[in-house]
Design a protein around this ligand. Sequence first.
Ligand code: DGL
Length: 256
Amino acid sequence: MDRDFIGVMDSGVGGISVLREMTALMPQEDFHYFGDSLHAPYGTRTTEDVRALVFDIVDKFLKDGAKAIAIACNTATSAAVASLRRAYPRLPLVGIEPAIKPASIEHPGENILVMATPMTIREDKFQKLLSKYKDNANIIPLSCPGLMEYVEAGSIDSSDVENFLRNLLEPYTDDRVQAVVLGCTHYPFVLPVIKRVLGEGVSVYDGGAGTARQLRRMLKATGLLRTEADTMGRVTFSNSDPSPERIELCERLFRL
Ligand code: DGL
Protein backbone atom coordinates (compact mmCIF):
# COMPACT_ATOMS: atom_id res chain seq x y z
CA MET A 1 0.00 0.00 0.00
CA ASP A 2 1.19 3.58 -0.78
CA ARG A 3 2.40 5.54 2.19
CA ASP A 4 0.70 8.84 3.05
CA PHE A 5 -2.74 7.54 2.20
CA ILE A 6 -5.95 8.36 4.06
CA GLY A 7 -7.40 5.33 5.81
CA VAL A 8 -11.22 5.22 5.75
CA MET A 9 -13.01 2.56 7.80
CA ASP A 10 -16.55 1.35 8.40
CA SER A 11 -18.24 -1.76 9.78
CA GLY A 12 -18.88 -2.78 6.17
CA VAL A 13 -19.64 -1.16 2.84
CA GLY A 14 -21.63 1.82 4.22
CA GLY A 15 -18.70 4.21 4.64
CA ILE A 16 -18.32 4.21 0.86
CA SER A 17 -21.08 6.87 0.93
CA VAL A 18 -18.59 9.07 2.85
CA LEU A 19 -15.60 8.02 0.74
CA ARG A 20 -17.46 9.27 -2.36
CA GLU A 21 -17.77 12.73 -0.81
CA MET A 22 -14.08 12.68 0.14
CA THR A 23 -12.77 11.68 -3.26
CA ALA A 24 -15.02 14.29 -4.94
CA LEU A 25 -13.60 17.01 -2.68
CA MET A 26 -9.96 15.78 -2.64
CA PRO A 27 -9.33 13.92 -5.92
CA GLN A 28 -5.54 14.20 -5.52
CA GLU A 29 -5.45 12.12 -2.34
CA ASP A 30 -4.84 8.37 -2.09
CA PHE A 31 -7.56 6.61 -0.10
CA HIS A 32 -7.64 3.11 1.27
CA TYR A 33 -11.07 1.91 2.36
CA PHE A 34 -11.37 -0.94 4.84
CA GLY A 35 -14.77 -2.51 5.57
CA ASP A 36 -15.17 -4.88 8.52
CA SER A 37 -18.03 -6.85 6.97
CA LEU A 38 -16.94 -10.02 8.76
CA HIS A 39 -17.86 -8.40 12.10
CA ALA A 40 -20.85 -6.41 10.86
CA PRO A 41 -23.24 -5.22 12.08
CA TYR A 42 -21.49 -3.10 14.70
CA GLY A 43 -24.73 -1.42 15.77
CA THR A 44 -26.02 -4.40 17.73
CA ARG A 45 -22.67 -5.25 19.45
CA THR A 46 -21.40 -3.96 22.79
CA THR A 47 -19.54 -0.66 22.86
CA GLU A 48 -16.34 -2.32 24.20
CA ASP A 49 -16.41 -4.86 21.43
CA VAL A 50 -16.71 -2.20 18.71
CA ARG A 51 -14.02 -0.05 20.32
CA ALA A 52 -11.57 -2.98 20.22
CA LEU A 53 -12.39 -3.74 16.57
CA VAL A 54 -11.90 -0.08 15.58
CA PHE A 55 -8.55 0.17 17.42
CA ASP A 56 -7.26 -2.89 15.56
CA ILE A 57 -8.19 -1.35 12.21
CA VAL A 58 -6.68 2.06 13.05
CA ASP A 59 -3.45 0.45 14.32
CA LYS A 60 -3.14 -1.47 11.06
CA PHE A 61 -3.71 1.69 8.98
CA LEU A 62 -0.98 3.45 10.95
CA LYS A 63 1.42 0.55 10.55
CA ASP A 64 0.80 0.72 6.79
CA GLY A 65 1.72 4.44 6.75
CA ALA A 66 -1.63 6.29 6.84
CA LYS A 67 -1.27 10.06 7.23
CA ALA A 68 -4.88 10.57 8.37
CA ILE A 69 -7.86 8.45 9.36
CA ALA A 70 -11.59 8.78 8.80
CA ILE A 71 -14.04 6.76 10.86
CA ALA A 72 -16.81 6.64 8.26
CA CYS A 73 -19.26 4.98 10.61
CA ASN A 74 -21.53 6.74 13.12
CA THR A 75 -21.57 3.68 15.38
CA ALA A 76 -17.78 3.28 15.46
CA THR A 77 -17.39 7.03 16.01
CA SER A 78 -19.66 7.02 19.04
CA ALA A 79 -17.92 3.95 20.48
CA ALA A 80 -14.28 4.85 19.82
CA VAL A 81 -13.45 8.35 18.62
CA ALA A 82 -12.86 9.87 22.07
CA SER A 83 -10.52 6.99 23.06
CA LEU A 84 -8.73 7.22 19.71
CA ARG A 85 -8.11 10.94 20.20
CA ARG A 86 -6.63 10.20 23.62
CA ALA A 87 -4.45 7.39 22.29
CA TYR A 88 -3.29 9.34 19.19
CA PRO A 89 -3.41 13.04 20.12
CA ARG A 90 -1.44 14.17 17.05
CA LEU A 91 -3.17 12.02 14.44
CA PRO A 92 -5.44 13.84 11.96
CA LEU A 93 -8.66 11.94 12.69
CA VAL A 94 -12.27 12.60 11.72
CA GLY A 95 -15.45 10.81 12.71
CA ILE A 96 -19.07 11.17 11.67
CA GLU A 97 -22.18 11.99 13.65
CA PRO A 98 -25.85 12.31 12.70
CA ALA A 99 -26.49 15.72 11.06
CA ILE A 100 -29.04 16.83 13.67
CA LYS A 101 -27.61 20.35 13.91
CA PRO A 102 -28.33 21.51 10.33
CA ALA A 103 -31.66 19.63 10.28
CA SER A 104 -32.92 21.33 13.44
CA ILE A 105 -31.69 24.77 12.36
CA GLU A 106 -33.41 24.48 8.98
CA HIS A 107 -36.60 22.87 10.36
CA PRO A 108 -37.39 24.70 13.59
CA GLY A 109 -40.48 23.37 15.36
CA GLU A 110 -40.93 20.59 12.79
CA ASN A 111 -40.74 16.79 13.02
CA ILE A 112 -37.28 15.38 12.29
CA LEU A 113 -36.75 11.64 12.09
CA VAL A 114 -33.22 10.43 12.93
CA MET A 115 -32.50 6.94 11.59
CA ALA A 116 -29.46 5.25 13.21
CA THR A 117 -28.23 2.00 14.74
CA PRO A 118 -29.23 0.91 18.27
CA MET A 119 -25.69 1.65 19.55
CA THR A 120 -25.50 5.14 18.06
CA ILE A 121 -28.80 6.07 19.71
CA ARG A 122 -27.85 4.52 23.04
CA GLU A 123 -24.44 6.20 23.32
CA ASP A 124 -23.71 9.41 25.26
CA LYS A 125 -22.48 11.25 22.19
CA PHE A 126 -25.92 11.02 20.57
CA GLN A 127 -27.82 11.78 23.78
CA LYS A 128 -25.75 14.96 24.23
CA LEU A 129 -26.41 16.01 20.64
CA LEU A 130 -30.11 15.38 21.18
CA SER A 131 -30.33 17.43 24.35
CA LYS A 132 -28.49 20.30 22.66
CA TYR A 133 -31.06 20.61 19.85
CA LYS A 134 -34.22 19.16 21.41
CA ASP A 135 -35.81 22.56 21.99
CA ASN A 136 -35.35 23.59 18.33
CA ALA A 137 -37.48 20.86 16.80
CA ASN A 138 -39.34 17.63 17.52
CA ILE A 139 -36.46 15.18 17.06
CA ILE A 140 -37.54 11.54 16.79
CA PRO A 141 -34.69 8.95 17.12
CA LEU A 142 -35.46 5.71 15.30
CA SER A 143 -33.29 2.68 15.86
CA CYS A 144 -33.10 0.63 12.64
CA PRO A 145 -31.63 -2.82 13.41
CA GLY A 146 -31.73 -5.01 10.33
CA LEU A 147 -31.50 -2.22 7.75
CA MET A 148 -27.74 -2.17 7.12
CA GLU A 149 -27.86 -5.89 6.28
CA TYR A 150 -29.73 -5.15 3.02
CA VAL A 151 -26.93 -2.80 1.92
CA GLU A 152 -24.27 -5.35 2.94
CA ALA A 153 -26.07 -7.86 0.72
CA GLY A 154 -26.13 -5.38 -2.17
CA SER A 155 -29.93 -5.32 -1.97
CA ILE A 156 -30.42 -1.56 -2.24
CA ASP A 157 -33.50 -1.30 -4.42
CA SER A 158 -35.24 -4.64 -3.94
CA SER A 159 -38.86 -5.30 -2.95
CA ASP A 160 -37.44 -6.87 0.25
CA VAL A 161 -35.79 -3.67 1.42
CA GLU A 162 -38.84 -1.68 0.37
CA ASN A 163 -41.14 -3.93 2.47
CA PHE A 164 -38.75 -3.67 5.42
CA LEU A 165 -38.74 0.14 5.18
CA ARG A 166 -42.51 0.36 4.68
CA ASN A 167 -43.00 -1.54 7.95
CA LEU A 168 -40.35 0.37 9.87
CA LEU A 169 -41.41 3.82 8.66
CA GLU A 170 -45.18 3.25 8.66
CA PRO A 171 -45.80 5.68 11.59
CA TYR A 172 -43.98 8.49 9.74
CA THR A 173 -45.52 8.36 6.26
CA ASP A 174 -48.03 10.85 4.75
CA ASP A 175 -45.83 13.90 5.35
CA ARG A 176 -45.75 13.36 9.13
CA VAL A 177 -42.01 14.17 9.16
CA GLN A 178 -40.53 17.14 7.35
CA ALA A 179 -36.90 16.01 7.56
CA VAL A 180 -34.95 12.78 7.90
CA VAL A 181 -31.39 12.48 9.20
CA LEU A 182 -29.45 9.49 7.86
CA GLY A 183 -27.46 8.65 11.00
CA CYS A 184 -25.75 5.56 9.60
CA THR A 185 -23.45 5.61 6.60
CA HIS A 186 -25.16 2.59 5.03
CA TYR A 187 -28.49 4.42 4.71
CA PRO A 188 -27.67 6.88 1.87
CA PHE A 189 -27.56 3.83 -0.42
CA VAL A 190 -31.27 3.15 0.26
CA LEU A 191 -32.29 6.82 0.14
CA PRO A 192 -34.44 6.45 -3.02
CA VAL A 193 -36.49 3.81 -1.19
CA ILE A 194 -36.68 5.90 2.02
CA LYS A 195 -38.00 8.84 -0.02
CA ARG A 196 -40.50 6.65 -1.82
CA VAL A 197 -41.86 5.60 1.59
CA LEU A 198 -41.70 8.93 3.48
CA GLY A 199 -42.59 11.16 0.52
CA GLU A 200 -40.40 12.83 -2.08
CA GLY A 201 -40.78 16.20 -0.32
CA VAL A 202 -38.91 15.16 2.85
CA SER A 203 -35.60 17.03 3.42
CA VAL A 204 -32.62 14.73 3.79
CA TYR A 205 -29.53 15.28 5.97
CA ASP A 206 -26.47 13.09 5.81
CA GLY A 207 -23.18 13.83 7.56
CA GLY A 208 -20.94 12.58 4.71
CA ALA A 209 -20.25 15.90 2.99
CA GLY A 210 -19.59 17.68 6.31
CA THR A 211 -17.14 14.96 7.32
CA ALA A 212 -15.30 15.29 4.01
CA ARG A 213 -15.03 19.07 4.50
CA GLN A 214 -13.78 18.55 8.06
CA LEU A 215 -11.09 16.15 6.81
CA ARG A 216 -10.00 18.66 4.18
CA ARG A 217 -9.75 21.45 6.78
CA MET A 218 -7.71 19.19 9.04
CA LEU A 219 -5.29 18.16 6.26
CA LYS A 220 -4.84 21.78 5.24
CA ALA A 221 -4.18 22.92 8.81
CA THR A 222 -1.54 20.23 9.30
CA GLY A 223 0.12 20.86 5.92
CA LEU A 224 -0.83 17.37 4.69
CA LEU A 225 -3.29 18.31 1.93
CA ARG A 226 -2.12 17.42 -1.59
CA THR A 227 -2.57 20.31 -3.97
CA GLU A 228 -0.85 19.26 -7.23
CA ALA A 229 -3.58 20.04 -9.75
CA ASP A 230 -2.58 17.41 -12.31
CA THR A 231 -2.31 14.20 -10.25
CA MET A 232 -5.20 11.90 -9.48
CA GLY A 233 -5.05 9.88 -6.29
CA ARG A 234 -5.71 6.14 -6.04
CA VAL A 235 -8.65 4.53 -4.29
CA THR A 236 -8.25 0.96 -3.06
CA PHE A 237 -10.50 -1.38 -1.11
CA SER A 238 -10.04 -4.23 1.31
CA ASN A 239 -12.37 -6.06 3.66
CA SER A 240 -12.22 -8.51 6.56
CA ASP A 241 -14.46 -10.66 4.34
CA PRO A 242 -11.99 -11.23 1.49
CA SER A 243 -14.45 -12.75 -1.01
CA PRO A 244 -14.21 -11.25 -4.53
CA GLU A 245 -17.98 -10.49 -4.42
CA ARG A 246 -17.44 -8.20 -1.42
CA ILE A 247 -14.77 -6.15 -3.20
CA GLU A 248 -16.95 -6.04 -6.34
CA LEU A 249 -19.81 -4.66 -4.24
CA CYS A 250 -17.48 -1.98 -2.81
CA GLU A 251 -16.49 -0.93 -6.31
CA ARG A 252 -20.10 -0.96 -7.52
CA LEU A 253 -21.28 1.23 -4.62
CA PHE A 254 -18.33 3.59 -5.10
CA ARG A 255 -19.21 4.09 -8.78
CA LEU A 256 -22.99 4.54 -8.28
N1 DGL B 1 -22.32 2.16 8.95
C1 DGL B 1 -22.52 2.16 10.36
C2 DGL B 1 -22.94 3.53 10.90
O1 DGL B 1 -22.70 4.55 10.28
C3 DGL B 1 -23.37 1.14 11.04
C4 DGL B 1 -23.78 -0.14 10.54
C5 DGL B 1 -23.59 -1.26 11.59
O2 DGL B 1 -24.50 -1.50 12.40
O3 DGL B 1 -22.54 -1.88 11.53
O4 DGL B 1 -23.48 3.64 11.97
